[in-house]
Structure formats: C-alpha cells, structure tokens
Design a protein around this ligand. Structure first.
Ligand code: ADP
Ligand code: GLC
Length: 493
C-alpha cells in the first residue's frame, strides 16, 4: 500500500529519536534515523524528525530557525523551543528540541564524557516524549499536522503514555531497537513529568516498582515494531524478553518485525571516500588494495596471503566481545590477523588492548569511535566477525555483505535473518553468503572461523559468496512501505 503523494492526504509522520547520523550517533539507531525518514518521504509521507538540540546538531545547523516556543508542560518541564533546521534528504525535515538546561552538554546523548549516565536522563527524555506529544496536538500552530508519532526506543516511548493519561495526541508506533535499554526511573518522576498517579499501574507505566519508559510504550502504543522479524519472535520468549516477554506475547497481534535497511549511499564500495581503492562487482580484485592499505595503516604484517578478520563493534556483553577475546589465541593459531575497532566496557577494552600487546603485528585494537576506519575495515578485511549474544538487527553484517567481506555471525536476531550459512545445501542452492554458528561459545566461533578459512582458500567458492552478498538488496524502500502499513494500522486502531 502506498500513500497518496498529494501533500494533504499523505501520511504526516512525526519521527522521534535520540540520535541521528552523522552528527549524533552511538550505534545503529543513529543510522536508522538518518536513512528511514528520507525513505518514508520518498514513499510519499510528510516526515518531521524531532531530535534534541545537542551541541553537535546546533553546530551543524547554525541556520536553524526558531519554529515555536513550547510552554512549561509540567513541574520539571520548563519552557523550551523547537527549531526548524531545514530539509534532510528527500524532503524529510529536521526539528531540534532546544532546551539549554537539558541538552547543551558535552559527551554523547546519554552519558557525560567519562561514560556516566546523566542523572537527569528521565527528565531529558521525558521532555523529548512530552514535547512530541504536545507537538502532535499543536501542529496547527506551525501549519502542520501529525497523523502518527513514530517513537524510537525508550527515549521516545513515553509518548503513548501521555496520550493515554493526559488525552489528546495522535496514534503512535514504538520501534524497539534494543530491549536491553528500558529507561527505568523512580516513581517520583511520574509527577515531575506531569503524569497522574493512577498511570503507575501494571497496565500503565509501572514495571517492578519503577517507571519504565519502554514498558509504557509497549503497553500503550497502537502498534509495536522491532528491527528484524526474527528478533520480533525472540523477544516473546523469556530468554530474550528482558522481563517484558509476557507483555510482548500479549501484544503479539500488534507486534511486527521490519528488517532495517542500510544507507546505500553511505555504504557503497564503488563510491566510498574513506577507502583506499573503490571497487564493485566488476572490479572485485581491487578489494586487495584496501586490505594492503588497512594492514599498513594498522601496523599489521602486510601480506595478502594472511587472512584478515575485521571487527567494528560496541564492546559490550550484547556484542559477544568476550567470545572474541576467548577465541583470539585460537584464531591466531589458525593463521588469522585481527583488526578490531570499538569502545565500551573498560574491562573489555583492556582485554583487547592486552591481546594487542601480546601479538603486536597480528592483532590490532583501536579503542575509540572512528567512522572512516569502520569503512576501511569493512573494505579491507577478508571476513567480518559479529558473534552477538543477541542482536535486534545489526547493520555491520549488511555493510560487510555489500563490501564483499563475508560475515561470520551467531545465529540470533537480525543476524539470522540476513546471513545464510555456507553448507553444501546452500552452496548448491546458490544461497550461501557467510558463516553462521549457534552456540555462544569460543569453540563454536573458532569452528565457524575455520570453515570460513577453508572456503577462503577456494577462490571460486569465495568469489561466489562475495558476489552474492554484494548483489543483495538491502536498501530502505521495502522497509518504508512496511512502516507505512503499520502507520495505517495504528491510525485505524
Ligand atoms: P548497535 O546499534 O547495537 O551498536 P548496529 O550494527 O546496528 O549495532 O550499528 C552499529 C553502527 O555503529 C554501525 O554503523 C557501526 O559501523 C558503528 N560503529 C560501532 N562502533 C563503532 C566504532 N567504534 N567506530 C565507528 N563506528 C562504529
Ligand atoms: C540497536 C541494535 C542493533 C540495531 C540498531 C538499529 O542498537 O542493537 O541490532 O541494528 O539498534 O535498529
């Protein structure tokens, strides 16, 4: 179903998010928020993206114009304003929620520069949710209307609670990018955000004695989505449900999984300004130039005959970083070099750094966040490793496929939806794209890496995996049409 492209009948979407790439990004949410709204606009929606006016965004959009003053909306929600930063790609527009006291800070959206969560995150994202609800009601003041509010992750998930308990607002969908982050706060926040006491109940915003932003959204939004079909099924089980599986089963009829796309302009080996040599299906041998450049840049032994595994990842429990550390010596014994970029838990960062210390020309770890090196690893590595313990969707495995760098992944969440294991059956059926293992153990990871090495040593087989991955259609257009269906359902609910 495609909406009419006539502006008055097009679906008007208020897309609410805490991150937007390239300016403010801690992970895939930033990428999705940059790419999905333009895809929705291309599919005929009128889209406004509402995101807090962090310093990076104010610096990037110095021409942003005041759009409207927002009055104080509760005891701890003083007046603020919304800036219009102008068009993003394809006609989606960017709105900045400007509150000096809440968002004019260093660090990332959630933490100070030392990695500690801001103590007032409940008020910061409570403000984001409350203002989104207010704007959905008051669009006429700025000559715009909202048909549906698209709330991303816990930071925006209180929007449906304001609609349920204060009235007004518009229907909403909540998209779960990661169930592990729920936005839990003390019950006193309820009054500070202007929610009535009776909202604090099991079928409202209460979760084990706390106010839970995400639970509120999952309970009260008209529709719930998550970012892959497999994760939508997994989160209905106790193993992956993070305590919310019963609620998600209860809402199974209104819950669906829509696989993320990737930004085909940003991640395109034929036109990637970050990499040493551009290449595509017809020029695949040029990929070797990127491997040599990466080995050189990182101080690895420069040798095309040494297989090179790349990793770009937050260093956390979710991403299976410990499995990589436990498997590292065995991977080296197999003959691999490792190029690792990431940041996160200090314990994990240190374990990776120690590994580099022990094997300086064979394992290189860069602790930090660097967009261009992420591209260089995707282009230069032979394989990409992503052994996540859970993975709502995952973008890097799709970038890897597009860069002819077959991924080695655990069979979980979106990884299972996007990578097809290389086994006799999938080779014969011309479906194989990577290497998939089941058990969350270093042994299973090493066994998959050994299979990958075996395939790498068979040039014809390897080339077929690369070509198949590079030919996959991972754009956003299909996802945008699926979201539109869900918007229509929410609007009719
Ligand atoms: P998640 O959102 O759970 O971290 P995704 O795979 O969805 O996982 O998205 C991660 C995004 O963040 C990708 O675009 C990836 O390239 C990027 N990324 C993660 N860590 C780093 C890093 N240290 N440096 C550069 N980019 C990174
Ligand atoms: C989350 C998930 C990741 C997903 C991303 C974008 O950060 O951990 O799997 O790809 O959101 O939806």
């Amino acid at each position: 179903m495609t909406p009419s492209t006539h502006p008055s009948t097009a679906i008007h979407v208020l897309f609410v998010t805490a991150e937007i790439a390239p300016w403010v990004k801690t992970g895939g949410l930033g990428d999705v928020s940059a790419a999905l709204p333009p895809a929705l606009a291309r599919a005929g929606c009128e889209v406004r993206v509402l995101v807090p006016a962090y310093p990076a965004l104010k610096a990037a959009f110095p021409q942003a114009q005041p759009l409207i003053e927002v009055p104080g909306l509760a005891l701890r929600l003083p007046p603020c304003r919304i800036l219009d930063a102008g068009p993003l790609a394809d006609g989606a527009r960017l709105l900045l929620l400007d509150s000096e006291s809440r968002f004019a800070r260093p660090g990332n959206p959630y933490q100070d520069p030392h990695g500690n969560g801001w103590p007032d995150n409940g008020l910061r994202f409570g403000l984001l949710s409350r203002v989104a609800h207010w704007l959905a009601d008051n669009g006429n003041l700025v000559g715009w209307r909202t048909d549906v509010v698209h709330c991303n992750d816990w930071h925006a998930a209180l929007v449906p609670a304001f609609r349920s308990f204060l009235g007004g607002g518009r229907p909403s969908i909540v998209t779960i990018h990661n169930l592990a982050f729920q936005g839990l706060f003390g019950p006193e926040l309820l009054g500070e955000l202007g929610l009535p006491g009776h909202a604090f109940r099991y079928d409202g915003v209460e979760f084990h004695g706390k106010l839970s932003f995400l639970k509120a959204g999952l309970q009260l939004a008209e529709r719930v989505t998550t970012v892959s079909p497999n994760y939508a099924a997994e989160i209905q089980t106790p193993e992956f449900g993070a305590g919310l599986d019963a609620l998600l089963r209860h809402r199974a009829e209104e819950l669906s999984g829509i696989l993320n796309g990737i930004d085909l302009n940003e991640w395109n080996p034929e036109r990637d300004p970050h990499i040493a040599a551009s290449y595509g299906l017809a020029t695949l041998p040029r990929k070797a130039l990127n491997k040599a450049a990466l080995q050189r840049r990182l101080g690895l032994t420069v040798d095309p005959s040494v297989p090179l595994i790349g990793v770009v990842s937050r260093m956390t429990h979710q991403k299976g970083s410990d499995l990589i550390i436990q498997a590292a010596e065995d991977l080296l014994t197999l003959g691999y070099q490792l190029a690792i970029l990431g940041a996160g838990d200090h314990r994990i960062e240190k374990a990776f750094s120690d590994l580099t210390h022990r094997h300086p020309h064979r394992v290189v770890t860069l602790i930090g966040y660097e967009e261009s090196l992420a591209h260089q690893i995707e282009a230069g590595a032979d394989m990409f490793l992503m052994p996540s313990l859970f993975e709502p969707c995952g973008l890097n495995q799709m970038y890897s496929l597009r860069y002819g760098t077959p991924p080695i992944v655990r069979r979980t969440g979106g990884l299972a939806d996007t990578v097809t294991d290389t086994v006799p059956d999938s080779i014969a059926g011309q479906r194989a794209t990577g290497f998939v293992f089941d058990e969350p153990t270093a042994g299973a990871l090493v066994a998959a890496a050994a299979r990958a090495l075996d395939a790498w040593r068979q040039p014809e087989l390897w080339r077929s995996l690369q070509e198949r991955g590079m030919s996959k259609e991972f754009g956003w257009n299909d996802a945008a049409l699926r979201y539109i269906e869900v918007y229509l359902e929410a609007m009719q609910a």
